[in-house]
Design a protein around this ligand. Structure first.
Ligand SMILES: [Mg+2]
Length: 142
């Protein structure tokens, strides 16, 4: 699957630090045959991804539409189409399917959300379903 991650409060805290286990989960997803993409509603986050040393794991970086998601894919030249999105905003997850993740505001070593997320992506990839609290089916699968 083409898996799209939001930046702020999804993989980045307010202080710019990376959510625990993000790098490990990106690696694991790639090992499982997925592709990891980054997008953000506030612009291209290439510098942040370089700073966090994640560029070797990322297949593409895009500006994220924050309204009119479908048209936004064209408007911002987002390709390939997202199969699964992870975001702290519910609306975009409902538009494409994925996981509405608990926001990560403050640096917290004990945050375990990325491991729960990995389980959800694996389950969805294998069975088309997930029991994750924040999981939303892609609209075309409902
Ligand atoms: Mg966000």
């Amino acid at each position: 699957m083409n898996i799209y991650f939001d930046c702020d409060y999804t993989i980045l805290a307010m202080d710019g630090s990376l959510r625990p286990r993000t790098r490990e989960i990106f690696s694991q997803l790639i090992e499982d045959g997925h592709k990891v993409f980054i997008w953000s509603g506030v612009g291209m986050r290439t510098k942040d991804m370089e700073r966090l040393d994640l560029m070797d794991l990322i297949s593409g970086i895009f500006v994220k539409p924050i309204t009119e998601f479908e048209n936004g894919l064209d408007r911002f030249n987002v390709h390939p189409r997202p199969d699964f999105v992870i975001d702290d905003h519910r609306e975009i997850v409902e538009a494409f399917g994925g996981v509405h993740i608990e926001p990560y505001y403050f640096r917290a070593a004990e945050d375990g959300q990325m491991d729960d997320l990995y389980q959800s992506i694996s389950d969805f990839s294998e069975t088309g379903k997930s029991v994750h609290r924040g999981f939303k089916s892609p609209p075309d699968m409902e």
